[in-house]
Design a protein around this ligand. Structure first.
Ligand code: HEM
Length: 358
């Protein structure tokens, strides 16, 4: 099988909070990567299972991310009004969108490319650590949706730079231990789908009020967030139409996520349980389990559920009532949105004013 071989070396430079690269001792912007033969390639995009779009995305498996979030320049092509409409759509549906992202994240943990770096950093392997890690993730994501990411000095842009720094650092640290390239352009495509895919594929099922135009704007928003996080257009699944983004996300769910959920990698259950147990700490009640969240998500996509207990069946009914209430009752939706906004504001103040980049 082909595995990428990196020519040159990579290190993390804390003064600029990003990865730097050298070839033959000289600094370069990018590392060149050449294909070699080996037997430890990531197994999530084999020839037999890949669809049309996945084959194209897989070409980014040996490419690192770009450094777009450090540039002050605003891209010529950016339609700011449209981008802001995408942000507004999220804010109007903030609680349902965050719930959707949470379900995707639990399911996405079964994808080895994404799971391994999280296991490696060890920042989310206990309920307590996981809660803190994912509250931070939520605070970042909400910043991008609420702030001005195009102002280089804004908290929102600072947040994107922090995240790019975390990705670079993880890649660099992992490359000291293995020859695989982590957080590649291809991996970024998979995670981008994890954040926005379920929202555009199953809006109503997850309680999200969305017109076709809202979803188009939301894809547009993620096109530019992907850009700022260092994605090349060839791997950015939001670079074209809503229809294309949906088609790509369906390929990812059918060819990568479902097979992996039915045959999960060794650390999946531990990490998923740390995540759901961590979320339960907030309410002091066992609302979520990996099985209930995954089976609920599979139900919405009209796929076969995983084995689960009787109590999980009750949980799934509860989630369904929750999303229906959010969808049909504007009173409940507004109430939930306000609660989430307050939580996010408190988190952001705590996090960014303290200058916490970890
Ligand atoms: C569009 C794609 C992506 C988005 C939107 C995203 C989002 C985020 C956010 C918001 C954080 C900050 C969490 C914190 O402060 O603890 C983060 C950190 C991190 N991300 Fe990503 N990410 C993406 C792609 C990836 C990929 C492809 C990988 C690995 C394959 C990855 C692995 C990590 C790791 C290891 C951390 C450090 C925190 C930890 O160890 O848990 N991310 N990411």
């Amino acid at each position: 099988m082909d595995i990428p071989e990196i020519t040159g070396s990579v290190y993390y430079d804390p003064t600029v909070s990003q990865a730097c690269y050298t070839v033959a001792g000289k600094p370069v912007d990018k590392l060149l990567v050449k294909e070699t033969k080996g037997d430890n390639q990531m197994d999530t995009h084999s020839e037999e299972t890949s669809g049309y779009y996945l084959k194209k995305l897989a070409k980014g498996d040996n490419k690192i991310t770009l450094t777009n979030c450090y540039s002050e320049a605003i891209p010529d092509k950016l339609d700011l009004e449209r981008f802001e409409r995408g942000q507004q759509f999220f804010r109007q549906n903030i609680s349902a969108c965050l719930f959707t992202m949470m379900c995707s994240l639990v399911c996405g943990l079964c994808v080895t490319n994404l799971l391994e770096p999280l296991v490696f950093t060890g920042k989310s392997d206990t309920p307590q650590k996981s809660l803190i890690r994912y509250l931070k993730t939520m605070a970042h994501v909400v910043q991008w949706h609420c702030g001005n990411v195009w102002d280089i000095n804004s908290k929102a842009r600072k947040s994107l730079q922090i995240v790019c720094g975390l990705h670079d650092r993880t890649r660099v640290d992992m490359m000291k231990k293995t020859e695989k390239l982590y957080v590649s352009q291809y991996d970024m495509s998979l995670v981008q789908a994890g954040f926005m895919g379920a929202i555009i594929m199953y809006p109503k099922q997850f309680g999200i009020k969305a017109s076709q135009n809202d979803l188009k704007d939301y894809v547009y928003f993620w096109r530019w967030i992907g850009y700022l996080l260092g994605m090349e257009d060839s791997n950015n699944i939001c670079v074209n139409s809503l229809e294309e983004a949906i088609a790509i996300c369906h390929e990812i769910e059918n060819d990568i996520v479902y097979p992996a959920l039915h045959k999960p990698p060794p650390h999946f259950h531990h990490m998923a349980k740390a995540f759901t147990d961590g979320s339960n700490i907030l309410r002091n009640f066992k609302f979520f389990t990996p099985e209930s969240v995954v089976s609920f998500s599979l139900d919405l996509a009209k796929k076969e559920r995983l084995p689960h207990s009787f109590v999980d069946k009750i949980r799934i009914i509860f989630f369904k009532v929750f999303v229906n209430l959010i969808y049909y009752s504007s009173l409940f939706r507004n109430f939930m949105n306000r609660n989430i906004e307050h939580l996010c504001l408190a988190l952001q103040d705590k996090r960014f004013d303290a200058g916490d980049g970890k």
